[in-house]
Design a protein around this ligand. Structure first.
Ligand code: NAD
Length: 439
């Protein structure tokens, strides 16, 4: 498994738990040292225990020696990052290409090369030609196996997936070596025959982007409906419940928020839009989704400033939640990274708290922001409280807790973590996305 990040680490540990011998190859020396020392470089519930158990069982190892690992491997997975290329919407494939070149140097005959990273359509065939050009004498098998795990639920998602998408180079020909090897790897899944979806390489690559873009679009649609509810007196929770019970729509990803973020939706929507433009079939819906999400974060900052009143320089805003969602330490493309600098620039004093994201946030947010160890410390003396992430520990806070720490009584809950009535009854001026006021 090349790459010891969220995907490589979780996939490697889970495949080890399925009974496969796995070596995770990580080229960042600091990260590798941490992994070897048994400390996880990322926060993911249950991961440390799983990794420890699999290492003790002798099925999981960490190394930077790809040559040695390939010598004893039947398959290699590429699980390296595919960020957005600077200055364009393209996926930066430099890590994937570097991994392919490294594999080419050391590949044993008969190796199966699987792309697990999220990559634009056509990348699997690029990987194949990089390796084949370098080693024309080898018999190689190529597959695409995009990963659908969600940070915060990653182990369960890998162990009990809705589906495992597998793209094969020679699909739909008769069962290939690649197919048999991947069937063996995933055999421990419950009812594996109904979970494994075989298709061509291009379809598998497109499936991953299509799924993420669709989810991003669904969230963005819910955000727009929330705005409409606010403007007209509707309640978004009622509207989305009414929509979501229709099985053609489904209830998930209809909760409004400050805009989607994270390491996947922003870059995958960009990459899909770019691939589609290049292919001469632009995706208007995806392009609009990207623009609407960007605008949303800036509009939310303007709304917060308007709520805070004219004298923003004497206003203290407590911010609960910095990561792009709960149960992760991932700060990549978090809405807080757009919203907080705008509030800071306007002159507000920011007191922030996040259970997992503060170390990284300190390196990404402007100086002068005050980091608090607990939510209540963040609320100390605040005129306004802003909820940006739906961490369960925030939901446990009551009006009485906050009343004794805040100076003001203004709340903007961007994640619907509380009941409006509880706060209004306690004298708070409580605002929540998508909750229109008719009276
Ligand atoms: P990450 O940045 O957390 O991890 C990538 C790791 O690969 C890093 O530790 C890096 O040092 C290492 N690496 C890069 N090149 C290497 C090389 N040549 N040899 C050894 N190590 C190398 O990234 P991630 O979040 O795990 O994402 C990986 C891929 O999976 C991306 O394409 C992403 O879009 C996709 N994905 C991510 C998620 C998610 O929730 N994070 C979910 C599904 C799919």
């Amino acid at each position: 498994m090349i790459g010891g990040g969220y995907v490589g680490l979780v996939s490697g540990a889970c495949l080890a738990a399925f009974g496969t011998d796995v070596t995770i190859i990580e080229h960042d020396p600091a990260r590798l040292d941490r992994l070897k020392a048994g400390t996880m470089p990322i926060y993911e519930p249950g991961l440390e225990e799983l990794v420890t158990k699999q290492r003790q069982a002798g099925r999981l190892a960490f190394s930077d020696d790809l040559t040695a690992a390939l010598r004893k491997s039947k398959a290699v997975f590429i699980a390296v990052g595919t960020p957005t290329r600077r200055g364009s919407g393209h996926a930066d494939l430099s890590y994937v290409h570097a991994a392919a070149r490294a594999i080419a140097t050391h590949a044993p005959d008969g190796l199966l090369i699987v792309t697990k990273s999220t990559v634009p359509v056509g990348t699997g065939r690029q990987v194949a030609s990089i390796v084949r050009e370098a080693r024309p004498e080898l018999t190689l098998h190529i597959a695409s196996n995009p990963e659908f795990l969600r940070e915060g639920h990653a182990i369960m998602d890998f162990m009990k997936p809705d589906r495992v998408v597998i793209g094969l180079e020679d699909w739909p020909d008769a069962p290939s070596t690649a197919r048999t090897l991947l069937e063996d790897l995933y055999a421990p899944l419950n009812r594996p025959e109904s979970r494994l979806l075989f298709m061509g390489l291009e379809s598998a690559e497109l499936t991953k982007y299509a799924a993420n873009a669709f989810l991003a679009m669904k969230v963005t649609f819910a955000n727009e409906m929330a705005d409409l509810c606010e403007a007209t007196g509707g309640q978004i929770t009622d509207v989305t419940r009414g929509m979501g019970l229709d099985p053609r729509i489904g209830p998930h990803f209809l909760t409004p928020g400050p805009g989607y973020g994270g390491s996947c939706f922003p870059k995958d929507t960009q990459a899909l839009a770019t691939s589609a433009r290049q292919a001469g079939t632009p995706t208007q819906l995806v392009e609009t989704t990207i623009a609407a999400n960007e605008a949303r974060k800036r509009r939310l900052a303007e709304r917060i400033l308007a709520l805070a009143g004219d004298d923003i320089t004497s206003c203290t805003i407590a911010v609960l939640g910095l990561t792009f969602k709960a149960h992760t330490d991932d700060m990549r493309q978090a809405p807080s990274l757009t919203i907080l600098p705008l509030l800071h620039e306007a002159g507000a004093t920011l007191r922030v708290h996040d259970p997992q994201g503060m170390d990284t946030a300190r390196t990404l947010l402007p100086d002068g922001i005050i980091y608090a160890e607990t939510p209540l410390q963040a609320a100390e003396g605040a005129d306004m409280l802003l909820v940006l992430t739906e961490w369960p520990s925030f939901a446990a806070l009551t009006p009485a807790h906050l009343a004794s720490h805040m100076r003001g009584r203004l709340i903007l809950d961007c994640r619907q973590i509380w009941q409006k009535e509880d706060w209004q009854d306690a004298g708070f001026d409580y605002h929540c996305l998508g909750m229109g006021r008719t009276r």
